[in-house]
Structures are given as C-alpha cells and as structure tokens.
Design a protein around this ligand. Structure first.
Ligand code: ZN
Length: 163
C-alpha cells in the first residue's frame, strides 16, 4: 500500500513549494465521453495526479462493464492537501492519488455491516471487488475502514509503468 513517506520521496512533498509541485504533478482529466455519459454524477473534469489518470480511467470503465457504475451517486473529492483525518501524516489525497465517492452513505470508520445497520446504502461487495483489481479500497482497512475512499496501488505509484 502507498504511504505518504515514500510518495514524498518519489513525487515530492506537496506542502513544500506547493505551486511548483502542483504544476509538475497535477492535470485536469477530462472524462472520456463514455464514462461521462455512463456516470453523470461525476464531474466532467477531475483535477488529479497525472499518474492516477490511467488508473481511474481503467477502473471506471471496469465498473461500467460490470454493471455497478450506477452505484456512484456523489463525487466527494480527489485532490486535497491535508493530513489524514485525526492523524498527523499527509493523506494520499494530498498527492491527488485518491478519490472519495458516496461519502454520506459510506462514512469513515464504519464497516459495510455497520452502515447497513444504520440504514445507509454502502457500496455493494461487487462494487468493491471490481474496484479492488484497480485501486486499493478503504473498505479493506481493518483498523479504520474508509468505505468512501479509493487510492492508487503501490505498484502503480512506484512501478516504472502504470498498469
Ligand atoms: Zn479519501
């Protein structure tokens, strides 16, 4: 799994010379028409790390193919230079390599079962299992689940080639 220390080594720390960092790393991704049409709840443009773009494109296409893309109801952010909630280390969002989706029905700290018990509609297991092939899912974090959260895998961030 990616961690902020190694990301800072490879891509630089986004809080140090932030404007230069942003210019070097961030891009406006204009969603391909197929994704834009299939998931109208997403913004037409997402500002993210250039390394994350091909990953997210393949992931969204796979969600559409698997028939689960309709589960996406809200886009709750990608790039945000901040620390992890309640923690001191920088969030992967600070590198623009994570997205949050359907935040209100997948609150931080609750498992799927706990969400269901509260009458929320978390992502289905199928949605998570398709997503898992492309991104790391906060749903899989045992100490503090974060069902809304999806982030770049280590191999994609550090490997010589994105998948
Ligand atoms: Zn997140």
């Amino acid at each position: 799994m990616v961690d902020s220390t190694r990301l800072a080594k490879v891509y630089g720390n986004p809080t140090v010379e932030p404007l230069a960092w942003e210019r070097k790393n961030m891009v406006v991704w204009k969603l391909p028409p197929l994704i834009d049409l299939a998931i109208p709840e997403l913004p037409s443009k997402i500002y993210m790390h250039k390394k994350f773009v091909p990953v997210v494109e393949k992931w969204f296409n796979a969600l559409i193919e698997a028939g689960v893309s309709h589960e996406i109801n809200t886009f709750d952010g990608c790039w945000n230079v901040r620390t992890k909630r309640g923690l001191r280390s920088l969030s992967i969002h600070a590198w623009g390599m994570a997205v949050d989706l359907n935040a209100s029905h997948n609150p931080l700290g609750l498992t799927r079962e706990q969400c269901l018990k509260r009458g929320l509609i978390p992502f289905t297991e199928k949605f998570i299992s398709v997503s898992r092939k492309f991104v790391d899912c906060g749903a899989d974090w045992t100490t503090r689940p974060d069902l809304m959260h999806f982030q770049i895998k280590g191999a994609q961030a550090y490997g010589p080639d994105p998948i």
